[in-house]
Design a protein around this ligand. Sequence first.
Ligand code: HEC
Ligand code: HEC
Length: 505
Amino acid sequence: MARAVMAAALTLPAALSAQQSERIDDWWSPGQGTPLPERANYSNAGGMLGVFNQAGVLETKGHAFFEPLGSNGRACVSCHQPSDGMSISVATVQRRWQATAGRDPIFAEVDGANCPNQPRGEASSHSLLLERGLFRIGLPWPPRDANGAVIEPEYDLELVSDPVHCNSDSEYGITSATPTVSVYRRPRPVANFKYFAYPRGPGLGFNIKDGTPLDRDPETGYPSTMNIMADAREPTLKQQAINAGLGHLQTQGRLSEAQLKQITDFEAQVYVAQAYNEFAGSFETPSAPDSLGPVAVANGVPGLGDNLHNPVFGFYESWKREDFDGSADGADEFKASVARGSDVFFLRQFWLKDTTHINSIGLGNPLKRTCATCHNARMTGMDLAPGWVDLGTTNYPTWNGPRTFTEDSPLPVFKLTCKPGYKTHPYLGTVVYTHDPGRALISGRCVDIGAITMQQMRGLAARAPYFANGSAKSIAEIVDYYDRRFNIGYSEQERQDLINFLSVL
Ligand code: HEC
Ligand code: HEC
């Protein structure tokens, strides 16, 4: 059985290359003006992704999410493509490079190049976007609070390696006239927001993990969910859209209230999830698991997952009967594998160790738990609490690259030294080498160094590579990352089952 499933999975890369060459037609150009269907499917490595616009067919002509509103020809949709799970895969980036000789607006210097002043049209100037799907995020140094006042950081920041020449640049770097720290991150999916970026009412005003005050919606004064962006720097989707306009789109001034409303209305009604697989067929039949496909996501109820009554990604009982149709097409094996993979995700325990904001908040270190301990929110697998955690994806030792800092990483390396008198990083101590200080670049705190807000887990098959810094090239590399990081020791069967499970979300 195990062998059959693995053989089935191994046939996917061939199918992938055929699909990738066809995929060019799925590209959504800014201002193309065609309607977004109520329900569309787009093929990808794992089968097909479904996009569901709950309000019905969307007229995109004149719509602020789809029109180029700034000076560089980009729209929001440029980096948040329906076919790519409302993110953009590195395969799509590479196809755009080839199709346009590097002139597509996604490559705009502002953040589509390693640094704005590098020659456009040369692949080497865009290496991080072309190789890992990463855009430059330039953050003010030192950090500022919501009112623009300087937050005195608890650490000194030094640049120790700058292979892409931006943080050391005299015009754009850390010591320029407008001191900026540049980190490089993947676009996060724009969909399924009712689960983690909804406007909150009054209520708990502090982070239950560490008691710090939550950021607030500048308009209502209510606390934010603090799960938007890798560093949770945006309290609301509206605030995010204002800054995305000014930054990525290079708009003259702030988007108008009408434009912002169009964007946030759309964000509140668009749902994305994998919907079809060549072995299992459609995920949207009455006998399929109850949380697959974008319509199920749209109909779900937000909240904390609970393994027994309301699991994060639903029940897979209907796919557990390994013998239910008996044909030799791989369907039974695949469905059974996904169902076992869901058990691996929810029930297979391992020792969680040395992760800030999980092991450091009084739960214990090590702590014997599962994937769902961190990925606990219904339907998206976000954290219901503010989700920034130092999983080890950006700090040294890394588990996806050399364990210690070397000169040959493609990403910049910073050395952060905590000043005396502050709580240090709980597991790495006073001095931390990192590619991306994450939340610490916003809060200025040492305990936040390398903490990244987990992103939702829907439509994964449509948007490789993974993790904020694109360090996992495939779903298999995500699973192998955890296996190394927490010394889990998955069997070959567990590993393949977990990969198949993640590929149908
Ligand atoms: C040049 C590419 C690009 C463009 C254009 C772009 N984005 Fe993004 N978007 C990103 C990146 C990169 C991130 C992740 C940034 C981070 O984590 O720090 C992101 C994150 C987001 C998120 C956060 C999602 C989450 O789960 O945290 C939202 C919402 C979003 N973008 C909306 C928009 C809107 C609205 C526009 C148009 C006004 C837009 N984006 C234009 C690249 C882009
Ligand atoms: C200690 C908390 C924690 C545990 C346990 C955990 N994760 Fe994660 N997960 C995270 C964080 C934090 C991120 C974001 C990291 C980043 O982007 O650098 C993440 C990201 C992900 C992503 C999203 C990748 C993307 O780019 O969209 C997937 C998929 C994932 N984890 C799967 C798993 C699986 C499978 C397990 C169990 C083997 C697991 N996680 C266990 C914290 C955790």
